[in-house]
Design a protein around this ligand. Structure first.
Ligand code: GRF
Length: 189
């Protein structure tokens, strides 16, 4: 099964998936990494592991759909079965969602439906909740709202700073995302 992982930044989830695949714990391969940011550290990770990169600037296109049409064309030509969003900081349009309906995964650093949006960890921390978490869900047209595949709670400790909470949430992400990918692949194939 060919996966395309989409990244915009650091790519620690991308790395976690690479590592799990290297241990042959998943019957899949990352055929492509798609990136919208030439400064993303994730590009270095792809390079280190010999993963082909598609780096296309959305600014070159007249609208989001025109950008996505080029990407979908590349994905189809490479026989990509699943799209894994791993810190990709762009909202996909209905056009893209339709092209890969039920086959696009996203990881979100909260226990959805709580704390949707781009600052989920900070929002949970500032709200002083006792638990937050991590969610992997299928992407639909509605932001952070698609069917949930896996979720895990993370307790907010008394002495937590935003940084220490972030660290624990990311550690959970790195084990949960590969598990969720495995679950989706076995369900769909
Ligand atoms: C993660 O916290 C993920 O939940 C969110 O974006 C962050 C990406 O981090 N969608 P990284 O680039 O995988 O390190």
């Amino acid at each position: 099964m060919n996966l395309a992982v989409f990244c915009s930044g650091f790519g620690s989830n991308f790395q976690a998936i690479i590592d799990v695949l290297a241990r042959k714990k998943l019957d899949a391969r990352i055929a492509l990494m798609v990136c919208d940011n030439p400064k993303a550290f994730a590009l270095k990770r792809a390079h280190r592991h010999g993963i082909p990169v598609v780096l296309i600037s959305p600014g070159l296109f007249e609208n989001r759909q025109a950008y996505e049409k080029v990407i979908v064309g590349i994905l189809k030509s490479q026989d990509i079965g699943f799209v894994v969003l791993a810190g990709f900081m762009r909202i996909l349009t209905p056009y893209f969602v339709k092209a890969y309906r039920g086959r696009i995964l996203n990881i979100h650093p909260s226990y959805l439906p709580s704390f949707k949006g781009a600052h989920a960890i900070r929002d949970a921390f500032e709200a002083k909740v006792k638990t937050t978490g991590v969610t992997v869900h299928i992407v639909t047209e509605k932001l952070d709202s698609g069917p949930i595949l896996l979720q895990k709670k993370v307790n907010v400790l008394k002495n937590d700073t935003l940084e220490s909470l972030e660290k624990r949430i990311h550690a959970v992400e790195h084990t949960l995302y590969p598990q969720a990918i495995k679950k989706l692949i076995s369900r769909k194939s």
